[in-house]
Design a protein around this ligand. Structure first.
Ligand code: PAF
Length: 291
């Protein structure tokens, strides 16, 4: 027997009926927002949502408001049938696939902006991206009335923005961050990896390897500045065309840091073979440091 597929729901009123029935039965709701092109990283979020015991909704919506480049939006893979097949047997109750009119009806005029956290890092290179993301995530939270929402740590700035918006807007959702899933050579799983040429794919792991090297040196008490400059050169020497940013930020609020005096994240975005890759690694507080 093939594993049971998730029900595909497109109209919002039908989603609301299903959720209302779950609520009447005293059940909780977990949501995993996606733009499709699902890979093992997404599936690990789905497994964690299913393990919560709540009803599980995976959302699939390629959100035009978070693309700052029309060509990037047009090229984004649309693989609903394959995505639905990958979710079968994982305990997903509903695959919610709203259309553009449902998400942005004519006259739509409201955007959610999370100040501070959305500036810098990816926000500096993708104008409007985080406001578009925060707007659609807020809508998905209110449409699903989720109690729990699962986001990958790979998009660490996104995770912190979503946690902040849930808190600031009094949304009754717990935003759960889930560890990045990696290929055997350390490359963080991403829908974009499929666009790497064979040659670029071979060079790709140098980004994570360099970040790990820097993280260990920071944990040993080193200053960030020279380490980051050297790692940037090594990433480019390893085959990347450019490093957009490689920065040390506080884990809790993404404030810039010069050394690991508090628990930190090292975050990077870099271009390889015309593909923009992002990654981040945790940096423990350096032993003996005073915050
Ligand atoms: O991480 C993503 O895939 C998207 O930013 C999200 C959270 C589904 C919102 O469109």
């Amino acid at each position: 027997m093939p594993p049971p597929p998730a029900e595909i729901v497109r109209p919002l009123p039908v989603l609301r009926e299903r959720v209302a029935a779950w609520r009447r039965a005293g059940q909780r709701v977990a949501v995993v927002p996606t733009m499709g092109a699902l890979h093992e990283g997404h599936l690990s979020l789905v497994r964690q949502a299913a393990a919560s015991g709540a009803r599980v909704i995976v959302t699939l919506f390629v959100n035009p408001k978070q693309f700052n480049n029309a060509a990037d939006l047009a090229a984004y893979p649309r693989t609903e049938r394959e995505d639905a097949a990958k979710l079968a047997g994982l305990g997903v109750d509903i695959l919610y696939v709203p259309d553009g009119e449902t998400m942005y009806p004519p006259g739509f005029a409201t955007m959610v902006t999370v100040e501070g956290l959305s500036e810098g890092l990816c926000g500096a290179y993708r104008p409007g991206h985080f406001a578009g993301m925060a707007t659609v995530v807020t809508k998905l939270f209110t449409q699903t009335t989720a109690d729990l929402a699962y986001f990958g740590e790979k998009d660490f700035q996104q995770l912190r923005i979503v946690q902040r918006l849930a808190r600031d807007l009094d949304l009754q959702v717990e935003v759960v961050g889930c560890a990045t899933v990696r290929e055997a050579d350390g490359l963080a799983m991403s829908s974009r990896n499929a666009r790497l040429s064979a040659e670029a794919r071979l060079a790709a792991p140098v980004l994570h390897a360099e970040m790990q090297r820097v993280a260990r040196a920071l944990e040993a008490g080193a200053e960030a500045r020279a380490l980051l400059a050297e790692a940037t050169q090594r990433i480019v020497a390893g085959g990347y065309q450019a490093v957009e940013y490689l920065e040390l930020r506080a884990e809790a609020d993404l404030a810039p840091q010069t050394r690991a005096a508090v628990p930190c994240r090292l975050l990077a975005a870099a271009w390889l073979g015309g593909v923009r890759l992002i990654d981040n690694v945790a940096v423990a507080r350096a032993a003996g440091s005073t915050a």
